[in-house]
Design a protein around this ligand. Structure first.
Ligand code: SAM
Length: 289
C-alpha cells in the first residue's frame, strides 16, 4: 500500500494538536496521529493509564502524560497554556474517538484560542459520524444530542422537546441505560424509525434498525446483545400534508416583507427541512393568491 503524503511532518512550536484516536479498532489510528503523538513534548489525556496502553500498542514509549479530565480541566488549562507559551508542543487525546465530542477539552481549547495559541485538529474516528456513515438514515442534516439525562422524567422531557425535529437525531447511550432509554423513546416517538449502532469498529459491531418498538423487541429477545457502547439514531419527523399550513404562515409573512421567491423558498425549506422545489412551488401559489 502506498503511504499517503503527510501534509507536514514538522510540528509547530507552542501548538496544541487535538488528536482523534480509535473508537475500538486500533487500525483506525491515522498516520498523522501517530506522527504527531510521537513528536510532541507531552500528551494531555483523559485517563493516563488507558492512554498509556494505546501509546504502547502504537510503539510510542516514554511520553510525558498529563491527566486532563472534567474535574481538573480549568486548572490544567492554565498550566498547559503556560507550557505552550514557552514553545512546547502538546497533544490532547481522549479515551476514544475525537476529543471534545462528549469528552474533555472544551475549556482548554477555549482558553488557548482566547490567548492566540495555535490549535490544530488531527481528525479521525468519532462514534457519531461512524454510526451515521453506515446506518442508512438521512444524513444531509442531523442533530447531535450527545447523552440524554440519566433520570427518566428528565429524559422524557428532553425527548419531548425534540418531537418536531425534522433532522436525523443522534444520541450516545451506555449499556446499562439502553433499555430504559429505548422505552422512553417509544413513549414519545411511537412507531418512529431508529437505528441502534453497537460496538462500532469492534468484533461484535452491529446495526439494529426498525421502529422503536421493533428495536426494543430485538434487544428484549437478545439480552446478551445489550453490551458495549451504543449510538442511537432516530429519524426526524416527516412533515405531513397538514403541516404545510405552518409553512403557509411563514411563507405569507416573508412575502409580506417583499423578499424574492427564491430566497423565501430557501429559508422555508431549510427551516422546515423540506425540499426546495416543493416549497418554491408553494411560494408561487401563495404569491398569486
Ligand atoms: N469522543 C467520543 C467520540 O468521538 O465518539 C465519544 C466519547 S463518549 C464519552 C463515549 C460514548 O461514545 C459511548 O458511551 C458510546 O455512546 C459512544 N461510542 C464510543 N465508542 C463507540 C463504539 N465503538 N461503538 C458505539 N458507540 C461508541
Amino acid at each position: 500500500m502506498t503511504r499517503p503524503t503527510v501534509h507536514s511532518s514538522e510540528l509547530e512550536n507552542g501548538c496544541l494538536y487535538v488528536v482523534a484516536t480509535p473508537i475500538g479498532n486500533l487500525g483506525d489510528i491515522t498516520y498523522r496521529a501517530v506522527d504527531v503523538l510521537t513528536k510532541v513534548d507531552w500528551i494531555a489525556a483523559e485517563d493516563t493509564r488507558h492512554s498509556q496502553k494505546l501509546l504502547q500498542a502504537l510503539g510510542i514509549a516514554n511520553k510525558k502524560l498529563i491527566s486532563l479530565h472534567e474535574h481538573n480541566e480549568e486548572a490544567r488549562a492554565q498550566q498547559l497554556l503556560k507550557a505552550l507559551q514557552t514553545g512546547e508542543k502538546g497533544a490532547l487525546i481522549s479515551d476514544a474517538g475525537t476529543p471534545l465530542i462528549n469528552d474533555p477539552g472544551y475549556q482548554l481549547v477555549k482558553v488557548l484560542r482566547q490567548s492566540d495559541i495555535s490549535v490544530v485538529p488531527i481528525p479521525g474516528a468519532s462514534a457519531v459520524i461512524t454510526a451515521l456513515s453506515a446506518a442508512g438514515v438521512a444524513t444531509d442534516r442531523f442533530a447531535y444530542e450527545g447523552f440524554l439525562p440519566a433520570r427518566s422524567t428528565k429524559r422524557v422531557a428532553s425527548l419531548e422537546a425534540l418531537l418536531d425535529e425534522t433532522r436525523t437525531m443522534v444520541f450516545y447511550e451506555s449499556p446499562h441505560r439502553l433499555m430504559d432509554s429505548l422505552q422512553d423513546f417509544s413513549e414519545v416517538f411511537t412507531g418512529r424509525k431508529m437505528v441502534v449502532a453497537k460496538e462500532l469498529t469492534k468484533q461484535f459491531e452491529q446495526f439494529v434498525s426498525g421502529s422503536v418498538e421493533e428495536v426494543i423487541e430485538y434487544f428484549q429477545q437478545n439480552p446478551d446483545r445489550v453490551r458495549g457502547e451504543f449510538v442511537v439514531i432516530l429519524s426526524g419527523k416527516v412533515l405531513e400534508k397538514n403541516d404545510s399550513t405552518m409553512n403557509d404562515h411563514l411563507i405569507k409573512t416573508l412575502l409580506a416583507q417583499s423578499l424574492p421567491v427564491k430566497q423565501i423558498s430557501e429559508i422555508v425549506a431549510s427551516y422546515e427541512g423540506q425540499k426546495k422545489k416543493a416549497v418554491y412551488q408553494r411560494v408561487l401559489e401563495l404569491k398569486e393568491v
